[in-house]
Ligand binder design. Structure first.
Ligand code: SIN
Ligand code: MN
Length: 267
């Protein structure tokens, strides 16, 4: 559970950093599993522009026991239920690689606009929990936020690359990104913050928070694991062209807590 002060920060700033939730053994298990998943061919594995560097892997909880258990660890699941006020399921899980010297940008955007317009999510009653798989520093492309921007609601942006399918949501030229004209006055008003911290840190952030990240100019990886929880009551309505299950899960069975650690060899 989050403390009252952590909840207050989440509600006011749109995000909160929390340390000492994921045990060192569990973090090691996840990192090992991510190495394995990076090498596996899967439609949800996306490359950077060079065509050979992994940019991200998607739908990990659907193919990995370690990931499935991670989404159900009490420290994550109970906090998600607390914030979303009831039972939850995983809408999406992924790892954004942002590998040393090659990891590319994520333009400024909000997440909810994708889920609303592309997946038929009815309300922003969802939440991202990110786990830092590496130390996130000012040099390796940390997530950047406009604090408090979740309170603006959805900032309307024109869709780029129409007709390019779901792939346009995952590449460096993101579909729903803020224009410089939209960003400048908001950044002047709200300021900018970088989400830095050591490997193992958890970052909770609101799906309407304006965020992005720069290139990784450092020789150190910045792998970020992200789980999007959605309220089981906030079901997706049918859409004309549903995205694949690994981007927008439609099974809203409530998650049950897993409290026996992540070791996939112990079942
Ligand atoms: C990033 O990995 O820097 C971007 C994550 C996101 O947009 O959710
Ligand atoms: Mn995002």
């Amino acid at each position: 559970m989050l403390t009252a002060s952590q909840l207050d920060t989440y509600r006011t700033d749109g995000y909160v950093l929390v340390s000492d939730v994921v045990a060192a053994d569990d973090l090691a298990q996840v990192r090992q599993d991510v190495e394995r998943l990076f090498t596996q061919d899967h439609p949800g594995r996306i490359m950077e522009k060079d065509g050979v560097t992994v940019r991200g892997i998607h739908g990990c909880h659907q193919v990995s026991t370690v990931f499935d258990r991670l989404t159900r660890l009490p420290g994550l699941l109970t906090a998600a239920e607390q914030i979303l006020d009831g039972k939850v399921y995983v809408h999406q899980s992924k790892v954004n690689a942002k590998l040393a010297l090659r990891g590319d940008v994520w333009p400024w955007h909000q997440d909810y606009i994708y889920w609303e317009r592309e997946d038929g999510m009815s309300a922003p009653r969802a939440l991202n929990i990110a786990l830092f798989l590496d130390d996130a520093t000012h040099f390796n492309g940390p997530l950047l936020f406009l604090p408090g921007s979740h309170l603006l609601g959805t900032v309307s942006t024109a869709a780029r690359n129409p007709g390019h399918g779901w792939q346009a949501n995952l590449v460096a030229d993101l579909r729903y990104q803020l224009t410089p004209e939209q960003l400048a006055p908001l950044a002047a008003d709200m300021g900018m913050r970088a989400a830095t911290g050591s490997a193992g840190t958890l970052l909770f952030f609101d799906p309407r928070l304006i965020h992005g990240s720069g290139t990784n100019m450092s020789p150190v990886n910045r792998r970020l694991l992200l789980i999007t929880y959605n309220s089981v009551e906030n079901t997706l309505v049918p859409v004309a062209e549903p995205r694949p299950e690994f981007l927008a899960a439609r099974d809203n069975t409530p998650l049950a807590v897993w409290d026996a650690g992540l070791d996939a060899s112990c079942r």
